[in-house]
Structure formats: structure tokens, C-alpha cells
Design a binder for this molecule. Sequence first.
Ligand SMILES: [Ca+2]
Length: 123
Amino acid sequence: MENHSHPFRNSKALYFSRNFLTFLEKMSFVVVVSSYAAVITVYDDVHGSGASYNVEISPGHCTNLPGHWNDRISSINTHGHCAIGYEHGHCSGRGERFSPGTPHHGYLPNLGFNDAITSFKQC
Ligand SMILES: [Ca+2]
């Protein structure tokens, strides 16, 4: 009886709930993507040369480099972001801040920090 008297309303409600689920899926995707606030690029050699690797960083979250990038970085492009590179895993030990305006991004030997970084955090 109910279905016969309001078929249009029911299909509309179904359409709405499907759209709403799609909306929720999109929102959860946005949340996942935005949980990493920035990407920086690190390089094996000075002046942005040699092999490179993109590191996803976010505030309050430490990103440990994969093993084959441990103690290897010689220059960094922060792409305008602010990152702190740490000597040891889990953002421990000596930390150096890299952001637009800080010197020696492109030449870590000048900081006495060549082939030394193991983890990153966004500042
Ligand atoms: Ca290196």
C-alpha cells in the first residue's frame, strides 16, 4: 500500500541516500589525502642531483625514511614547505629545519649533515 502510493518518493529517497554515500566516500578520500600535509623531495647528491625520493610529511607525525634512503640525503627541495630532518629514526637525535630561506638545503655538507638524515616531520 505504502509502496504503491509513494513510488516516486521512495526512489527519490534511494537516489538521495546513494548520492549521500558517494559524498561520504569522497569526503573520506579527502581526509586520507589531507592527512599528509606536504611532500618534499630528497636527493642522493648535492644541488638536487642523483636519485630522488618524495617524502610525505605532516605535522605531529614522524615519517621514517625507507631503509635504502637512510643516511643518504645530500640535498632537499621542500617545495615551499617547512620540514625538520632528524639524525635518527622516529624523529630523534639532531634535527635541522629546512624551509624557504634557510640556507644549505641544496648542499647538506655545509651543515655537517650530509648522508645523515633518517626521519622527517613537518614543522
Ligand atoms: Ca648522499
